[in-house]
Design a protein around this ligand. Structure first.
Ligand SMILES: [Zn+2]
Length: 85
């Protein structure tokens, strides 16, 4: 299994192709946030893909909280740690 096999190409917000890593997810309040990359080799990180409303986002505030621009899905770092101990 190569690391490109779990990537799903999708059209990004600027009409470029972005790659959604189905095996790199962070748990959100409504649905997972998947890691999104510019290239299929995962060398250039773009941001996240919201699994709830199926849109790309790279909104992360100064507290490290991740929040989707288009729905109420969000993630807090402390919740992530506690849920995966
Ligand atoms: Zn969303």
């Amino acid at each position: 299994m190569t690391k490109t096999e779990r990537l799903t190409p999708r059209e990004g917000p600027d009409d470029e192709t972005l790659y959604v890593a189905r095996d790199e997810a962070e748990s959100g309040s409504k649905a997972p946030f998947f890691a999104a990359f510019v290239d299929p080799e995962r060398e250039r990180r773009w941001g996240y893909f919201c699994g709830n409303c199926q849109t790309f986002t790279h909104a992360m505030d100064s507290m490290g909280r991740l929040r989707c621009d288009d729905c109420e899905n969000f993630k807090r770092p402390d919740e992530w740690d506690a849920a995966h101990e």
